[in-house]
Design a protein around this ligand. Structure first.
Ligand SMILES: C[S@@+](CC[C@H](N)C(=O)[O-])C[C@H]1O[C@@H](n2cnc3c(N)ncnc32)[C@H](O)[C@@H]1O
Length: 307
């Protein structure tokens, strides 16, 4: 009830107010009021600002910049000036093997009795993708990332020979296999803890009469690909088949891409494997997305044409 009575009393005082507050006075009061309100509203916003949980957390902020953040994962080192294909083999012999073919005087006496004349085992190593790509690309240089006993490398050597191509195949592999691989490959020899995977691979190359076209680069894929890049070694065709977890596949694909000749083809096995929550496929897809490439598949292999 009291509230209802106020309008009438205010109404009665209206002429007095009008008189007392002339236009300039009202103007000044309004100015002071708006200034005070502005000040108050700013002060009252301080507690809101302090309520940081209302703002995006750092992790959310990073995700909102995802394309920029992904740039951090790019491999950016510049490669050396590209060597002509005919100098690739000699460059690797000079840089890695003191200028002498590793097949010279092979095998060493202490390993001879532990090697089989030919011991080959691969995974999808004879798939149609190899013939399809080699026929189409006619590569002068092939780099294989992940070789093991050389099944796919020797298959590619056979294909290039059959097609009359002069192709150098570089096999980047630390030739360590993976922890526990000898559970399935007990017959691969070992001397003082040194598993003879490299030697058995080399023996397979010798038995396949391919020493002139297949060279091992026995290092980690990261350091091997990095050095090829620095030395200016580039390939027309690169196969990725080393580590199958996302991080390994991601590193290998990106490092390999740096040493792919313009218009070359990069491909790899196990696009459909479930290892590491489909790590290979996630790495390939992300790489293709970031570089605007299309992915095609050929059996279990993924293929990216960079033309
Ligand atoms: C699946 S096998 C390769 C099979 C071969 N492409 C074939 O089809 O016959 C994988 C190979 O990758 C090699 N590898 C895995 N991770 C590697 C790494 N980080 N650096 C060097 N070699 C690696 C292993 O030693 C193994 O020989």
């Amino acid at each position: 009830m009291k509230e209802d009575q106020r309008p009438s009393s205010n109404h009665q005082r209206k002429p007095i107010i009008t008189k007392a507050f002339t236009y300039p006075t009202v103007y000044i009061i309004l100015l002071i009021l708006s200034y005070s309100l502005g000040y108050l509203s700013q002060s009252s916003s301080v507690p809101t600002t302090q309520q940081s949980p209302q703002l995006p957390t750092p992790s959310v902020f990073q995700f909102s910049n995802l394309p920029t953040q992904l740039d951090n994962f790019r491999v950016t080192t510049h490669c050396g000036e590209t060597l002509p294909a005919q100098l690739v083999s000699q460059t690797i012999l000079d840089r890695v093997f003191n200028g002498i073919s590793p097949y010279t005087n092979f095998p060493p006496p202490d390993a001879t009795s532990l090697l089989k004349p030919k011991r080959i085992k691969g995974w999808g190593s004879y798939s149609t993708v190899f013939r399809n790509l080699i026929q189409r690309v006619k590569p002068r240089v092939i780099i294989e990332v992940g070789t093991f006993l050389g099944a796919s490398a020797l298959h590619m050597a056979n294909l290039t020979r059959t097609l009359g191509l002069q192709t150098q195949i570089i096999c980047v592999d630390d030739f360590r296999g993976w922890p526990g691989f000898r559970d399935r490959f007990k017959d691969i020899g070992m001397i003082n803890g040194n598993v003879l995977l490299l030697y058995q691979f080399m023996q397979n190359v010798v038995s396949s009469n391919a020493t002139g076209s297949v060279l091992p680069l026995p290092f980690s894929t990261a350091s091997g690909l990095q050095k090829l890049c620095e030395w200016g070694v580039a390939a027309d065709l690169i196969e990725i088949d080393a580590g199958h977890d996302f991080m390994s596949a991601w590193g290998d694909i990106n490092r390999a891409y740096r040493i792919l000749r313009p218009g070359g083809v990069i491909f790899g096995h196990d696009y459909f494997t479930a290892v590491d929550n489909r790590g290979v496929r996630r790495a390939v897809n992300l790489f293709a997305q970031m570089n605007n490439f299309n992915i095609s598949t050929d059996g279990q292999h993924w293929v990216i044409n960079t033309t």
